[in-house]
Design a protein around this ligand. Structure first.
Ligand SMILES: [Zn+2]
Length: 138
């Protein structure tokens, strides 16, 4: 499903490029510290837990729970006005407490969305160069 043309899209940089390249292959990866094992997301140049620069991307399960969510009614976020209202969910991945990713869902999913609901990753192909990891309630 193509996103509305006005929707802001992520641009890969040197730190995040492996994440986006894996997403294009429908794989979810997260940067992991090779010194202490801590997962860091979004990608950064040093580990949040021990400050080591030895970080590599590793596959994760793509499963997690909804930690929090909100129903967006505000048209202030550029590119999303046509989708109002919609849901923003904060997903805590199974691999580590407080390892978060965000996703948006159509308002039609509201009945399924609650804190603690189980989710799994899915992949939204925007175009030939960009695929967004998203989450759906299972
Ligand atoms: Zn570390």
């Amino acid at each position: 499903m193509a996103a509305p043309p006005t929707r802001p899209l992520p641009v890969a940089d040197d730190l995040s490029r492996p994440f986006w390249e894996a997403a294009r292959q429908h794989r979810l990866v997260v940067q992991r510290c090779q010194a202490c094992g801590y997962f860091n997301h979004p990608p950064r140049s040093a580990c949040d837990a021990c400050l080591s620069p030895q970080l590599c991307f590793e596959p994760v399960s793509g499963r997690g729970t909804i930690y929090s969510f909100t129903v967006m009614h505000q048209p202030a976020v550029a590119g999303f006005a046509e989708q109002l209202p919609y849901l923003n969910i904060l997903v805590e991945l199974d691999e580590q407490p407080l390892l978060f990713m965000v996703s948006d869902l159509p308002i039609g999913e509201r009945e399924k969305v609650r804190i603690g609901a189980r989710v799994e990753v899915c992949f939204e192909e925007i175009d030939a160069t960009l695929t967004l990891p998203q989450f759906r309630v299972v």
